[in-house]
Design a protein around this ligand. Sequence first.
Ligand code: SF4
Length: 232
Amino acid sequence: MVREKIMIYQWSYSRLGCYERCPKQAEFKFIKKIKEPGSAAMDRGKNIHQLCEDYIRGNIDNIPKELSEFEEAFDSLKELYLYGHVICESDWAITKEWEKTGWFAEDTWGRAKVDAFVYEEGISNEARVIDFKTGRYQGNQEAHREQCEFYGSVALKRYPELESIVTEMWYLDHGKIDRYIYTPASIKVKQERIHARAMAMTTATEFPAKPSRFGCKWCHFGKENMCTEAIQ
Ligand code: SF4
């Protein structure tokens, strides 16, 4: 039986953020699947992520200028990659029980794209998740810390032999790294909190508008008059 698309069945950290800022916007994006135009900032972010991957994999020899603030750190990743200790661009999907599953499986509930996962398996009991960020540093820390909690929760579930997980946000345009370390014990409450938030989103059947001056200002659906509750 084909199920009717009146709910958002799968979540990711960015979907969750969108839903919590404005459920109506999430409905436009993830239920009605209305495409939004891209932007120069998004294209730049994608290009830089590709450069990160290409450099770590050794597909390009010289450090691109966009990554130059992190030359030493990228060289270290490049070396670890040669020994099979770095996975670039991993797709991690989970069930409602936070068990590993396929990206498009029947029971897929949550998804996380991991820019780089560093794990010296058999050598270390600690692994590292790295997320490459472009654009703004200020103002996003809280959301990015919660994103790290999500990465940490998934990693510790996926690799139960780990004693700790290091999660890092590399702000490529600013030369800054924010780092959070979790253990199975310290992540428990954080995982429960994210679980409750994601459950609220994936069981919602109503998507009321939550207009705000800032949110509506940048919202495609408001600008295009698809949303009648936009604050102009
Ligand atoms: S215009 Fe405002 S209220 Fe409407 S969907 Fe966008 S953010 Fe939500």
